[in-house]
Structure formats: structure tokens, C-alpha cells
Design a protein around this ligand. Structure first.
Ligand code: A5P
Length: 248
């Protein structure tokens, strides 16, 4: 018999996605094999990166390696503390040896959409300061075409939000201000900003789209991570692991 859990919000039964949790954990554990003694490690955000953080903590305790972490969000910060990972900053260590992070969409060339957890700006800074970026996810994140049927999260300075919305409309995008759950009002990022989730009908040239978005005054960062990731481990439904690589 299938296991079910009750989604009280929608008042209907949903099958439990156990395979996804196993797949995410398998991917995360594989990625942590890249962590070496003495490494500065970028700690990603989200539920898959959380498995990697727990495994890094275990490695520090049981294999007695010395590692310093740089968290990409408040979530990663507290998880690192809980798992006993000593922390440092980009000011002390501007070059990171390895970053392990999740993603919301991944294409075969390892371009990504990130930011559904609202941590895109710090995630991108940490990734761009890293010698190697390894992405961990379950196989459902792999897509043929990035941005199709999926919004692009964009972090915006609150003062500029109306201006940014009007400029994004001119680019053919439909922005939606991300709202909190459990409190009324907009989501406030770790940097004190808002998030716009923007859907575009046309997602042919994402490099050009990203360039235009970054030129809008008030846009802090976009969730388009193009040619940033080096490797991805994707846990599959059947328990296997898919590996994707990109040459820098
Ligand atoms: C956080 O802002 C995101 O970029 C996450 O890395 C992304 O949403 C993946 O999260 P999950 O691993 O929970 O799917």
C-alpha cells in the first residue's frame, strides 16, 4: 500500500515523494566526496544542499578533516552551526575551493535557474568566488529548455520595485512579487530586498535577457546562473546517479 500524507492546506491526499528525498541525499553525498582537508567550502541553500551540509559536518567529526564553510543564506548559516562546521567570510577567504548548492532548473549545458529559496544573490556571489561549483538535485530539475514554464527569480531593492516592474514589462516579462507564507507582505531576502518571480514567454537568448535585466536600476541579481556550474549530480527515481560536467 502506498504511503500518504495529508496536505491540510489543500484538503486532499498526496502521495509521499520519498524517492525524491533519497535521490537528493544520494546526490549530496556524492558531491561531498569532493571536499578535502583544508578546503574553504561554499554552503548552498535549500533542501538538497542541506543534506550536503549535514554530510560535511559528519566528515569533520568522523574523518577529522579541517574545513571552513561560507554559508549562502541564513538557513545555511544555522545548519552549519548545527552540524559543527566552523565558518569564515569572503573577506577572510575571497577564494572558495568548492561550492555545493542546489538548483530549481538545470539544462544539459549546466545553466541553472536558482532562487526559489530566495538566496540567489549570495548564492551567485559565492559560486562566482569558487574554483569549482557542484550542483545537487533530483532528476526532475533537469529540463530541455531553461525558463520554460518556470519563473526567473530576481532580487530587487524595495525602493525601486515599481520602476523594475515597469522595465521588466517592457522586456515582455510578467513579474509577481513573492509574498511570505505565515505573515502578510512581501518576502524580505537576507539582504533586505524583495523578490520578483518573472515569467517570460520568450526564453531563447538567456544571456542577452540576463544582461538586460542586470542593467535595470534596482535589480540586485537574477536567478539565471549561466556558465557558472562545473558539475551536477542528479539523483534518479531508480536510485542511480546522473553526472553532468562542463569544461570552463
Ligand atoms: C535557494 O535560493 C535556491 O537557489 C535553492 O538552491 C533551490 O531552490 C533548490 O532548492 P531545493 O534543493 O530545496 O529544491
Amino acid at each position: 500500500m502506498k504511503e500518504f500524507w495529508l496536505d491540510w492546506g489543500k484538503w486532499k491526499l498526496k502521495p509521499k515523494n520519498d524517492w525524491k528525498e533519497k535521490a537528493k541525499k544520494t546526490a549530496a553525498l556524492e558531491a561531498v566526496k569532493h571536499v578535502r582537508d583544508g578546503f574553504i567550502v561554499g554552503l548552498g541553500s535549500g533542501s538538497t544542499a542541506a543534506y550536503a551540509i549535514a554530510e560535511i559536518g559528519r566528515k569533520i567529526r568522523e574523518e577529522e578533516i579541517e574545513v571552513l564553510g561560507i554559508p549562502t543564506s541564513t538557513q545555511a548559516f544555522y545548519l552549519a552551526i548545527r552540524h559543527g562546521i566552523p565558518l569564515t567570510t569572503l573577506d577572510e577567504h575571497p577564494t572558495i575551493d568548492l561550492t555545493i548548492d542546489g538548483a530549481d532548473q538545470i539544462d544539459k549545458k549546466l545553466n541553472l535557474i536558482k532562487g526559489m529559496g530566495g538566496a540567489l544573490t549570495r548564492e551567485k556571489i559565492v559560486a562566482l568566488c569558487s574554483k569549482k561549483v557542484v550542483i545537487v538535485a533530483d532528476e526532475t530539475k533537469l529540463v530541455e529548455k531553461l525558463g520554460e514554464n518556470h519563473p526567473i527569480p530576481i532580487e530587487v531593492v524595495p525602493f525601486a520595485v515599481s520602476h523594475v516592474i515597469s522595465e521588466i514589462n517592457k522586456l515582455g516579462g510578467k513579474p509577481k512579487l513573492r509574498e511570505t507564507k505565515g505573515k502578510v507582505g512581501p518576502v524580505i531576502t537576507d539582504n533586505g530586498n524583495y523578490i520578483l518571480d518573472v515569467t517570460f514567454k520568450q526564453t531563447e537568448n538567456l544571456t542577452e535577457l540576463n544582461r538586460k535585466l542586470k542593467l535595470i536600476a534596482g535589480v540586485v541579481e537574477t536567478g539565471l546562473f549561466l556558465r557558472i556550474a562545473d558539475q551536477a549530480y542528479l539523483g534518479k527515481r531508480n536510485g542511480d546517479l546522473m553526472k553532468l560536467s562542463r569544461n570552463r
